[in-house]
Design a protein around this ligand. Structure first.
Ligand code: ADP
Ligand code: ASP
Ligand code: MG
Length: 414
């Protein structure tokens, strides 16, 4: 088998951990498999590098940031290759460029356009274990790019797809994908299997155990992904195509996202073209808008538009909105950063009613006010005050019977 193994920040967080990774990799090789390793930067390293840049500039240039940030993964790749070689196996580290990962030019959130993987394929043929620096690629003109936070997951899945690997293992600091963040709800349940679609929703709604784009990629190219712990040998969670068993579960997980900010343009003209003008300006700046709420105007002339963007883009989005205030007729623009998005996800929602009502009722019972709501076929999200995040996650997890002990009882109830 050809197995791609990705090790996240905590899994390569110290020399001890890197040696443990080398052990696992060499054991996989000893069992007769070909192994390709992808590593993240040592935990905390990327934040540290961002912090250094921010001591110089509040908005450092994206191209310079990418060269800076890519260095974290290079360090862990080289150290991991050294550790594997030390165990008597041939190993070589490769940067994104040496791997042939070509991306677009959207610095700090680049999209992979293609992967040649020539040097990696040659290395495998020679019995060498390649260790690839995750999170990075290069543009056609050889500028270094990075793939967005958590992007080493995408490097792993994309390399697995390019090499037609049999399996892509994502090693992290939890045993797999849980019904919610096990660090917030200790009795969260580990899922043996989850569909690409549910995982995609959970990831995009904030469950950082897998980066969203990596799941999109896995789904598109049908890459079998397993999320496992690098700290033990437990079996992990398989991320696969939806199957019949999965349909029975109404809500399979609760996610939260504290990285959103809300912008409200107050009293904009209530006429055709206003929303188009606003959101075109935001999109032109490469900012992804998530939720949008437009109130019904009471006087027929003006209305409020609220929308959410990633916190990292909130200042930029605020500036853009303020710049076109006069064109859209807004009286005022407000930014709120103390918000969180709480979401419930499940493919079974397609065929069940009352799920939204249970969610709203549960939040209301705990006096948690809902500022915005959005729904899709398989998820419901609410924007709330950030200070209620942990409480909301806990009470929703309980209300939908996701805890270890109440699984069967609540399934019947729903
Ligand atoms: P890595 O550095 O290995 O990429 P991350 O910190 O990016 O690890 O992702 C793992 C973390 O994701 C866990 O420590 C956990 O706190 C968090 N997490 C959030 N939601 C979930 C979930 N539903 N299941 C498992 N982990 C989750
Ligand atoms: N080191 C990068 C980050 O912290 C990428 C990753 O860990 O996947 O976002
Ligand atoms: Mg991660």
């Amino acid at each position: 088998m050809l197995i791609v193994q990705k090790y996240g920040g905590t899994s390569v967080g110290s020399i001890e951990r890197i040696k443990a990774v080398a052990d696992r990799v060499s054991n996989t090789k000893k069992q007769g498999n070909d192994v390709v390793v992808i590593v993240s930067a040592m935990s905390g390293e990327t934040d540290k590098l961002i912090g250094l840049a921010n001591q110089i500039s509040a908005e450092p240039d994206g191209r310079e940031m990418d060269l800076l940030l890519s260095s974290g993964e290079r360090i862990s790749a080289a150290l991991t290759a050294i550790a594997i070689s030390e165990l008597g196996f041939k190993s070589m580290s490769f940067t994104g460029r040496q791997t042939g990962i070509i991306t677009d030019e959207a610095h700090t959130k680049a999209k992979i356009e293609y992967i040649s993987g020539e040097r990696i394929k040659k290395a495998i043929k020679k019995g060498i274990i390649p260790v690839i620096a995750g999170f990075q690629g290069v543009t056609e003109t050889s500028d270094v790019t990075t793939l967005g936070r958590g992007g080493s997951d995408l490097s792993a899945v994309a390399v697995a797809a390019a090499l037609k690997a049999d399996l892509c293992e994502i090693y992290t600091d939890v045993d797999g994908v849980y019904t919610t963040d096990p660090n917030i709800v200790p009795d969260a349940r580990k899922l043996d299997k989850i569909s690409y679609d549910e995982m995609l929703e959970l990831a995009s709604l904030g469950a950082k155990v897998l980066q969203t784009r990596s799941v999109e990629f896995a789904k598109k190219y049908n890459v079998p992904v397993v999320v496992r712990s690098s700290f033990n040998n437990n079996p992990g969670t398989l991320v696969v195509k939806e199957d019949k068993d999965m349909e029975k579960v109404v809500v399979s997980g609760v996610a939260y996202d504290k990285n959103q900010a809300k912008i409200t343009a107050i009293a904009v003209h209530d006429k055709p073209g206003v929303a188009a003008m606003l959101f075109k300006a935001i999109a032109d700046a490469n900012i992804v808008v998530d939720m949008i709420v437009q109130n019904i105007s009471s006087d027929g002339k003006s209305t409020d538009i609220s929308f959410t963007v990633p916190k990292t883009d909130s200042r930029k989005a605020l500036k853009i909105t303020e710049e076109i205030v006069s064109e859209i007729g807004a009286k005022e623009v407000k930014l709120r950063e103390d918000i969180a998005k709480i979401s419930i996800v499940g493919v079974g929602m397609r065929t069940h009613s009352g799920v939204a009502a249970t969610m709203f009722d549960t939040l209301a019972k705990h006096n948690i006010n809902i500022m915005m709501i959005s729904t899709s076929e398989i998820k419901i999200s609410c924007i709330i005050d950030v200070k209620y995040t942990e409480l909301a996650v806990r009470v929703l997890h309980e209300a939908f019977g996701l805890s270890k002990n109440v699984k069967t009882k609540s399934k019947k109830k729903l």
